[in-house]
Design a protein around this ligand. Sequence first.
Ligand code: HEC
Ligand code: HEC
Length: 206
Amino acid sequence: MTKKLRMAALLLSAALFSQPATAEDGADAGAPGAGDPERGRVLADSCLGCHGIEGNMTTYPPYHVPRLGGQNANYIVKALKGYASDDRAHEGMHAQAADLSEQNLRDIAAWFSGQATVEANADATPPESGIYCMSCHGVNGVSITTEFPHLAGQHADYMHETIRQYLEGERSDISMNAFLNLLTDEQLDELVQYYASQPGLATAKR
Ligand code: HEC
Ligand code: HEC
């Protein structure tokens, strides 16, 4: 990957994605405070029937339930708020997320996040089209801010399903659509397989 290409991708994303990092990004952001993983462990118990079973799949359409172990806490909070507010259309997760208080969200997110350490694999060589993704998701799927999801080690079929959801408007976050629209199905599949093969996220364990 040349420096020039990297720069082009950065500029492209800066133009499309102008939401700056806020004070809330920090783990010790203001009220209602950072998450307490010990409280989170108890609260997350009901989630593990789906998220705590290695290889667990949804019924229809069939895809793996996403790995949450090591995922960014701020992203987990954002995703859960997305399901609660119907920015994300998934009905099953809407029911799970709808009644969680801000503090409970943060506690649960802190626990899942602490389940694994996601570190960049310095030897990784992404496919060429990775330049469209790395300005947010990093060279190897280890994302550059805690607001963005790590993709390293996530299930490939789940990532394909999310890409379909973004493109068809079932997830309303527009950060990615401009990039996804530039790529062919083959390029997207290559990227998804690459991210899924990186060391990273894990299935959470009790
Ligand atoms: C009945 C099974 C089930 C239960 C119980 C469940 N989830 Fe989920 N969860 C899913 C599925 C399936 C998805 C993927 C939905 C989609 O396609 O957007 C998901 C997605 C998520 C995501 C988004 C992950 C990502 O990478 O974007 C988060 C965060 C999450 N769940 C947290 C929780 C928490 C916290 C609980 C408990 C309060 C919970 N889930 C309970 C099945 C479940
Ligand atoms: C401008 C920043 C940005 C760029 C560039 C970007 N993404 Fe994303 N991506 C995000 C954000 C933010 C989310 C979470 C959005 C939400 O809340 O639903 C996301 C979510 C995802 C998800 C779903 C993850 C999950 O756990 O549910 C996948 C898969 C993904 N991106 C793949 C890609 C691919 C492949 C590319 C390159 C073609 C790409 N992204 C480029 C910011 C970006």
